[in-house]
Design a binder for this molecule. Sequence first.
Ligand code: RIB
Ligand code: CA
Length: 327
Amino acid sequence: MMEGKKVVIDCDPGIDDCFALLLCMKHLDVAGIVAVGGNTDLQYTERNARLITELAGRPEIPVYAGYNLPLGRKVVRATDVHGNSGLGDVFVQEPIKKLESRHGVDYLIDTFMNRDDVALITLGPMTNVAQALLKEPRLATRIPGILSMAGSAFVGNDTAVAEFNISGDPEAAQIVLQSGIPIRMVGLNVLRQNRFTEKEVEQIRQCGGPVAEFAAELLSFAIRRYGYSNLCDASAVSWMIDPSIITKSVKVHMDVETKGELTRGMTVCDWRAFLSADPKEDLAHERQISHEEMGAKEGALNVELAMEMDSERMKQLLLDTIRSYGK
Ligand code: RIB
Ligand code: CA
């Protein structure tokens, strides 16, 4: 377990972001939270970040607002999945805790220019991180690593090929992926196997207490459409909390399509070195040709991409964590 690792979380709460924040606030040392427009508008994502820190009994964790709108031209929201407020249709009281006055991008720049002990987690469109890199390019050598819920090896959710956190701001994602910062990415290719259903709603509710009740209501809304939710963000952060939860990852060259009529927002991975020797299988989860043998044809292996995970272990971590917030 990476208990106590210091992190800054950039997110767009968002139902699954809330589950991720509950995990991080219990198992990691959350130095600060920066909200971004994504699942819904920034006025809600920053409010929801403040609300979940209060509910978790962690009002001291500062919450900053970053950007509402993406670098690119098109605003993409997911209010059909998360509700207009970002918290489904759960009735909530406005948080007492105030938003920090500093802009979230300035907080990111200040934190990573002056501290060496903090890692970055992104759970929404990468607008704030890209804007920070544009404003202070030296961040590219100062941010030690990014753990991202984003992208996919081969399938999208916002479109056939684009995952929402990338399609929400493809230009921003491209800046971050091309920055040279070490990136660990958990995408839809692995998260699609996680299925939180009515069964987990009841298990969470039975944990008892205000956090469990709120989490059960959120998940109950999230599963309404398909009968399940992947809880993508929560599964992604579990890689930092318990590294054994991701059972296989590969280093791959990844870039982002920003111009394609059908493919804008697609994370384009160079899988040529991973083609299975068996023509009936497509993608091997182990490199078949070394990076050296690929020569100049393959770009920098800029992303460590999760390929397989232990879903049951992740579910148990989430249930144990919610239970630990107490009645
Ligand atoms: O594609 C899933 C991602 O998009 C998650 O971060 C979810 O919160 C939405 O932002
Ligand atoms: Ca999110």
